[in-house]
Write a protein that binds this ligand. Structure first.
Ligand SMILES: [Zn+2]
Length: 262
């Protein structure tokens, strides 16, 4: 009987140690189901284990993905499938609150940005996150939904950060550029990622965080081919990088909440 009691004492102690007055609310805002898992999932796992609350808002159901053709599904049917897959991710990672909106997948750049600003502002006021995370200017993949959302949230940040007192930081999940030539053969430009000098936060992942990312990606039954072709697990490796908007530090921070107080 000694062992279980000791184990439960340890688990209580661990929660106590992990919880501090600085635990923060981190809100990821992405256009599509799977954006949270293709890259940031390991960092999300670490942020939750450190005692932060992680919230996820997705603007579309992601039904327009090309994968739907192989499965013979309509955009609506595919959206419903991805919504279910994302609910599994929520459980797998331990995301506390999740909302999946139903804007047109592939259509965010065509929506009046003021309207989308209003939508996002409503959710920010509801959850009151201390840190908001989305894509940087290159959108990661160059997807127009990713790029449109970047600009909408960035403008909102500069417009509202003085009045929304809870909002302390805007961060962008990113990867370091390969440094390869900007043009492929034939003069076709490639998406250039973030320069190393612009990386402001690097989160070191441990084995359990990497496993959490793999498990999150496994929740997307319909996307396993994409997991392989994008090589996302190897590309992220054991480090997850972020840019910070309008902040400058002499050293790269090691967590997304470092140097902010609430
Ligand atoms: Zn996306």
């Amino acid at each position: 009987m000694v062992v279980p009691n000791f184990a439960s004492f340890l688990s209580v102690l661990r929660v106590y140690i992990n919880k501090s007055k600085d635990d923060m609310k981190i809100m990821y805002i992405f256009p599509h189901p799977d954006d949270e898992s293709f890259g940031p999932a390991g960092a999300i796992d670490k942020q939750i284990k450190e005692g932060n609350e992680v919230i996820l808002l997705t603007l579309t159901k992601g039904g327009a993905t090309k994968v739907r053709h192989n499965l013979g599904l309509s955009i609506q049917e595919m959206g419903a499938v991805r919504e279910k897959e994302m609910q599994k991710v929520q459980k797998s990672l331990g995301i506390s609150e999740m909302n999946i909106l139903d804007y047109k997948d592939g259509g965010l750049a065509k929506v009046n940005p003021l309207y989308l600003e209003g939508e996002i502002l409503k959710w920010l006021q509801h959850y009151q996150p201390n840190v908001v995370i989305t894509y940087p200017v290159h959108g990661g993949s160059g997807h127009h939904d990713h790029i449109a959302l970047h600009h909408i949230i960035k403008r909102l940040y500069f417009d509202k950060k003085d009045t929304l007192k809870f909002w302390k930081r805007l961060a962008y999940f990113t990867v370091i550029d390969t440094g390869k030539p900007m043009f492929f053969e034939g003069g076709i430009p490639r998406v250039t990622w973030t320069k190393e000098k612009d990386i402001a936060v690097t989160v070191q992942l441990d084995e359990s965080n990497i496993m959490a990312m793999k498990n999150a990606l496994l929740c997307y039954d319909t996307y396993q081919e994409m997991v392989k072709t994008t090589n996302v697990i190897e590309r992220i490796g054991s480090k997850t990088h972020f840019e910070l908007e309008d902040e400058n530090y002499k050293k790269v921070l090691s967590s997304i909440t470092e140097s902010i107080t609430i």
